[in-house]
Design a protein around this ligand. Structure first.
Ligand SMILES: [Mn+2]
Length: 376
């Protein structure tokens, strides 16, 4: 069988305050479907972070619904999905029992059990492990595990004891494997010592399809991150994005790069260079992080550049700072209190002045968040 391994779609992620990556995701899904047909793929594995947030935007749910229809219904391929740390396992696994009959196997929570999905008349077994908190796994004496390494060791030892060694056994997990390179967009990756897992915990499997790290990366032979399909941050500018194809007969994995609707480019240049047709031409169709070397950062500068570059995402100015009257210098910004900063933001962005009660609620919520609590 030829399996396609992908992860970290983050459907619904906000690109700016008002825009998402919806078109980029649509483009990726079209590429994915074309590859399924072209390479005669037999099943799809999605290793977590289907959505960007636990309570997903309606358009993101619609997008995922379209993707599973294209894979399971239109092409008749089995698809196996695990929840990642960004997903709500319960929401993701809605109607799981029913969908299983249609070839869509979603594992949202550890408590739903760790049975394999058996494919190709038993020649291939996929063992999905949804994202979990290590405390959910108990030791033999009933006490909770103290590290992810310990929790994964217990889970995979249990699977190893039950697996058919003559089959090709595949594990799916959403976790941080020791040594994996972290980027800006892996923002929620928990990487404390207690959260890292060594690749050896997966040694009973022929292949482990990992999610969590957004760079395509193989911590060991047969243990891989496919990486995210899109570039979600500027430090991913030079990475190639794509999916992994795994051949269960040959026990071989191949990274297949896929084109992106928008690349990312970081450029530092003078105003004159940035407004020249040659540079504008070469930056067409990319999400941009621009630094204007001879201007001071301001909203007006950003707005002026956005006329030339609609996909401008970050705009900096490098000229010596001085108070321009319309913006704040870094020094002035540092001098503002939480309340002052909030009021300034609302005045500038929304032309609003909060009431005393709203200000009080904001400060209380801020304090609750800082104390590690819930703002609600
Ligand atoms: Mn992710």
């Amino acid at each position: 069988m030829l399996l396609l391994h992908t992860s970290d779609w983050h459907l619904g992620m906000q690109r700016t305050q008002t825009a998402t990556y919806q078109k980029d995701h649509d483009f990726f899904l079209a590429q994915l479907c074309a590859l399924l047909d072209e390479r005669h793929v037999d099943a799809v594995l999605l290793s977590g972070d289907v959505y960007d947030t636990g309570v997903s935007r309606a358009d993101a749910v619609r997008q995922f619904s379209g993707a599973v229809k294209a894979i399971c219904a239109d092409r008749g391929l089995p698809m196996i999905v695990i929840a990642g740390n960004h997903d709500s396992g319960d929401r993701l696994a809605f109607a799981g029992e029913l969908l299983r009959r249609e070839g869509l196997h979603i594992r949202g929570r550890l408590s739903d059990g760790l049975e394999p999905v058996v494919l190709d008349s038993g020649r291939v077994a996929v063992w999905p492990i949804p994202y979990f908190m290590r405390e959910e796994v108990r030791r033999g004496d009933g006490t909770p595990c103290g590290s992810s390494e310990e929790a994964f060791s217990i889970l995979t030892a249990d699977m190893a004891a039950r697996l058919d060694p003559s089959a090709c056994n595949i594990c799916m997990a959403h976790t941080y494997v020791t040594g994996a390179p972290l980027g800006e967009s892996d923002r929620a990756a928990r990487v404390g010592h207690a959260d890292a897992v060594s690749h050896e915990v997966f040694s009973a499997f022929d292949y482990t399809a990992l999610g969590h790290i957004h760079r395509p990366y193989a911590p060991a032979e047969g243990v891989r991150y496919s990486g995210s399909p899109l570039k979600f941050a500027f430090d991913e500018e030079s990475q190639r994005k794509g999916v992994v194809l795994y051949d269960t007969a040959a026990r071989k994995a191949e990274f297949v790069p896929l084109p992106l609707l928008h690349e990312r480019r970081t450029v530092s240049a003078s105003w004159e260079e940035l407004t020249s047709p040659a540079l504008r031409e070469s930056l067409q169709g990319a999400y941009l992080n621009l630094t204007v070397t001879d201007r001071v950062a301001s909203r007006a500068l950003t707005e002026d550049l956005r006329v030339l570059y609609p996909d401008l995402m970050i705009c900096n100015g490098q000229a010596a700072e001085e108070s321009t009257g319309e913006g704040l210098t870094r020094e002035e910004l540092r001098g503002l209190s939480d309340e002052g900063l909030m009021k300034r933001f609302l005045a500038e962005r929304c032309s609003l002045t909060p009431t005393e009660r709203q200000t009080r609620m904001f400060l209380q919520a801020l304090e609750a968040v800082r104390n590690g609590g819930d703002p609600a």
